[in-house]
Design a protein. Sequence first.
Length: 550
Amino acid sequence: MVFTIHRYIFRDLLKYFLLATIVLSIVLALGVMLRPLQQFSVDPANVPSLVLCTLPITLTMVIPIAALLAATLVYGRLAHDNEISACRSSGISLTTLIYPALALALSVGIVTLLLAFHIIPYFTRNFERIIRSDAETIIFRNIQKKGQLGDIFPGIRIHADQAARQGDLLILSGVAVVWLDGKQVDRLITAQQVDVRFGDGRLADKISLQFYNATLIENDMGLSIGQKTLYLDSPSLWRDEIKFKTLAQLKGIRQDMSRFPLIDELITKIRHQILTERFFQWCDRQLGRQNHLILRKGTDRLRLEAGRCQFLPSAKKREQRLADKNRTARLLAVPDGQVTLQQTFLGPGRQTYKLYQTKEAYLSLNFLSHPPAAWLTLKQVAWKYGGQDHEYSLMRFELPGIALPPELVLEAQSYTWSDLRRAGRPSDIVDLDQPSPYLGFLFERFGKECQELSTDIELELHSRLAFGVACLTLVLLGAALGIVFRSSHLLTAFGVSFIPAALCLITIFTGKHIAQQNNAAPLGGICFLWSGIFAVALANALIYKALLRR
């Protein structure tokens, strides 16, 4: 008889739970889809698949509320129809009647934990796969409608006058590609035409941009780079979202934060800046010892005679700020007032050279090439060719592709996440006479980002567990409230059940916010995150104690 009653109660619980879950999930899933529809201009044919991929995200919030509503409604109806009183008169205790609600609570809690730790990351990867498969259409539509791609690519803005399709090729004309470092422009490439190709095979997640007649502008210096090919990651909505990582990924990121894209990009910036400053210091020391340095460009040898290599602290001429990046150094003239460059062509059986002289010369580093290289800019240049006496005058001369000393490149690449995390400032691990303010800013930002990421991982683990535990406490409280209020009306049941559910959601999200605001000491926020669940558990104990006394 008891089994029959349990089956009868559980069947009603399951019926109301599934109905509430379906309705609430559809409403919230459509809300979640608004952002990709507006931001990416996805193909309408892909909307059903995207809704299906976002459904598990909404289920983690919907399931506890739906289970709470079902328990309140079912047990409220049982109390209203005096079925609970009849069962207790027959010798069946209230504790026994709560078993179906407990079974639903445990089932829903387990499902919520599975969704949070395993299923949601899987479906978000499918979501990204759909977006990437439609990347060509997304880029084409955004260029056609807006003339730019907005923030589809993190930290990059792409503007184009026109877009046209030619088979599998997307052709953009009148293009400007801007790389951002926060709110500041890091570098800019302009080109008459860019051919966009979508990767396959090993480069399935990459988009190649082939520039024609391109010009690179960086550090207030311009360099004509002609034809150049760059690779970008395919459009991503949740690339830097820690909340969509699996449990194994969270543990891996906590052990090595360079696995997280945001930290990895910051480490790359630090390595580039270290290489820049070490190279300029190396040049300055070479010039200080012998008034010249020897560099290589392919098979050519460059002999550069100058007095000093002075690293410019900021690319901003009007104002120097801590976060201003610079990768340019000025070559100061030797005592006779000239900077001299001798470019020797080393060929089989012969050697010819060009000789350049100027009073204004600059060395800059270019990290678009692999491996990184330097370029030399000379202004108001007098030059000779092949040892002849004929002299020519140039307004500006640029020499790109100068190889950096291999030992400096290897040194910069050797700095790992753990090395940088242990170092509080650049001078702790880098041999620099005077690190730039920008390098210090990068180290400070790196430490801050690592601390925030560590806090985010802890909060994500706690919040996922909190949602699972909340299911258990909320369903049991819903059953108790239904018995107390003895109502079978849907609106009354919803109103009664919404209050504890709202309390749990508010404390979870507010606790995360408090901990993120004070990421150095997140314990207070974590305690507040669990406070709503503890309050519901305490209410459970008090209400059930009162019910059992009747």
